[in-house]
Design a protein around this ligand. Structure first.
Ligand code: GFB
Length: 313
């Protein structure tokens, strides 16, 4: 049975992040009342404040897109931030939402919840079947706890709390800091800096052989709204593009988009991470959802956004 979003008060937690902002943009096309709270107004790591805010604002629906996120090096360097902040944010929001009588809650995880050597493409059932990739186990454990908390509320209290696991996302509003960013924004920035310096080569981390699946954040937001309306089940559900490519190929594509015509240089002192994490999107596809933004187009648009955003990127 479809969930009717019409006239609902929808709280997007984390609306200033890349995903939360995309969900907020996508919700404009729905007949909903959007609720947001910036970090200055509400620190989601503060349990009392989060409970009070949710009780006072009484959302019908919560999209939990607030999280401490970062690329492979940030995950490895700041384990406390990635484990503690994420555990606290998700427990505060999910528990506070339950107390406030929220009807539907959508929790966001990540493809890194799956074992390092999961079968490819990764089905949802691969969860907890093997050891995690060490560079992101802190974040992964926090996200597994979050999806299990939704499952627990569902089982014990019968509420409609669901979890979606997006693949590696990119797009406008991303973090472009070369040290803490994910690979796409990091390489866009590095390629653009190289171009500005009059250089032709691009230095990338690791061997370039790991494969990654990428989804534009606007496609992800569309899938999340689709799931809010059409999904109500205990098991988390994958959200991906269904295609992956080696990091070296991605880097060459980014060089083309930015306008660099030199060679790739590999920094083997930096981590590769998981060799491959292509998710199976079969369940979401069977429900009738498909992505629309091709990787090359998405990269061109993201590069334009980066140039327009200047110092804000
Ligand atoms: O995007 P990324 O940081 O995250 O790295 P993960 C993906 C791949 O790109 C790795 C390579 O193999 C990196 O070694 N890479 C090459 C680079 N050059 C660069 C660069 O300049 N910067 C970065 N960042 N990578 C994250 C997890 O894993 O994925 C998070 O740590 C989360 O927990 C996220 O799940 C979606 O895909 O390796």
């Amino acid at each position: 049975m479809a969930f009717n979003l019409r006239g609902k008060r929808v709280f997007v937690a984390g609306h200033r992040g890349m995903v939360g902002a995309a969900v907020a943009r996508r919700l404009v096309a729905e007949d909903v009342e959007l609720l947001v709270a910036g970090r200055d107004a509400l620190d989601l790591r503060d349990q009392a404040a989060t409970r009070a805010w949710l009780a006072a604002n009484a959302p019908d629906v919560v999209v939990l897109a607030a999280a401490k996120v970062g690329g492979i090096l940030a995950n490895d360097t700041y384990p406390v931030d990635f484990l503690y902040d994420n555990l606290v944010i998700e427990t505060n929001v999910i528990e506070g939402a339950f107390r406030a009588g929220v009807e539907k809650l959508l929790f966001l995880g990540s493809s890194c919840i799956y074992p390092k050597f999961a079968p490819q493409p990764i089905p949802e059932s691969a969860l907890l079947t093997g050891a995690l990739e060490p560079t992101n186990e802190w974040y992964a454990i926090a996200k597994i706890a979050g999806l299990k908390l939704c499952e627990a509320y569902r089982r014990q209290h019968g509420v409609d709390y669901i979890s979606a696991m997006p693949t590696n996302l990119y797009g406008p509003g991303d973090n472009f800091d070369p040290e803490t960013a994910h690979v796409i924004p990091a390489l866009i920035r590095k390629a653009n800096d190289a171009k500005m310096r009059g250089e032709a080569d691009l230095a990338i981390w690791g061997t370039g052989t790991p494969r990654r699946e990428f989804l534009h954040v606007d496609d992800c937001a569309d899938a999340l709204v689709f799931l809010l309306k059409n999904y109500s089940d205990t098991e988390h559900i994958n959200v991906g593009s269904g295609e992956d490519l080696p990091i070296a190929d991605l880097a060459r594509l980014i060089m083309e988009v930015v306008g660099l015509d030199g060679a790739l240089r590999f920094d083997a002192s930096r981590p590769d991470g998981t060799p491959r994490k292509l998710m199976s999107g079969d369940r979401l596809a069977a429900m009738g959802w498909a992505p629309t933004i091709d990787l090359a187009d998405g990269l061109r648009e993201t590069y334009r956004w980066f140039l327009d955003a200047g110092d804000h990127a």
